[in-house]
Design a binder for this molecule. Structure first.
Ligand SMILES: Nc1ncnc2c1ncn2[C@@H]1O[C@H](COP(=O)(O)OP(=O)(O)OP(=O)(O)O)[C@@H](O)[C@H]1O
Length: 224
């Protein structure tokens, strides 16, 4: 069976600054992997390569069996839109759009009917516990609420892979734990593979495996 996400010998350099030196990683559907390591070791670069935001200088990234580099641009964009959900530290929601529209956006961009998209968005807002805020704009909500909406938006297309870069980093510990629970439950419930970049040992311990990077290489892997 295809891995949900597979990285083979991925290298990436920012001009002369080499951030990844050949990282390989495989996530099965439903698996949760934490990527840890000191600041600057390459965690975010790894996540951005997995998301197709950055193109590796060498190596391969496969999502649901498809090599991102081999797809024509329009198919790659569609794969990214439908099979990869991304949650960043500060939700990245559209500020002027009510939550329901923010969450429905990936479906609308993919050509779904407006009513269906809104129904799915509402279902996800319920699942992450903020259905009452569906018609509120992000600026009027707390960081914890907007991050929940970001999780809903990342999952609304039923992606094969969810990539989260310090998703709890802007939250106090209680809101952070609640958000993590929402993310873990949602990913496991749907069978999405979850790659979680974190500095936090407690967050890492909630994963199935911890992949520790050092200077752009996998230093070691811990299975929990
Ligand atoms: N846009 C950029 N231009 C040049 N160098 C960069 C850029 N982004 C990251 N780097 C460098 O690449 C290396 C890896 O950075 P990256 O952000 O992936 O690390 P990180 O482990 O996510 O760090 P942090 O935990 O601080 O977020 C670092 O040396 C960093 O300085």
């Amino acid at each position: 069976m295809n891995a949900a996400l597979q990285l083979d010998s991925v290298e990436y350099s920012y001009r002369r600054n080499t951030a990844l030196r050949g990282v390989s990683l495989r996530l099965e559907p439903g698996e949760v992997v934490a990527v840890t390591g000191a600041s600057g070791c390459g965690k975010s670069t790894l996540l951005h390569c997995a998301a197709g935001i950055l193109t590796p200088g060498a190596g391969q990234v496969r999502v649901a069996g498809q090599d991102l580099a081999e797809l024509p641009e329009d198919q790659r964009a569609r794969l990214r839109r439908t099979q990869i959900g991304v949650v960043l530290q500060f939700g990245q929601l559209v500020p002027d759009l009510p939550l329901i529209d923010n969450v429905a956006l990936p479906l609308l961009l993919d050509g779904h009917d407006r009513t269906d998209a809104h129904n799915s968005a509402m279902g996800w807002l319920e699942q992450v516990g903020i259905a009452d805020d569906a018609h509120t704009v992000p600026a009027e909500l707390s960081g914890g609420q907007t991050q929940r909406a970001a999780v809903a938006r990342a999952l609304v297309t039923d992606p094969a892979v969810v990539l989260a870069d310090e998703p709890t980093g802007s939250l106090d510990s209680r809101s952070g734990q609640e958000l993590l629970d929402v993310l873990l439950q949602a990913a496991r419930y749907r069978g999405a593979a979850l790659l979680l970049v974190t500095h936090d040992n407690l967050v890492a311990a909630s994963a199935d495996r911890e992949v520790r990077l050092r200077d752009g290489l996998v230093q070691h892997v811990v299975a929990f």
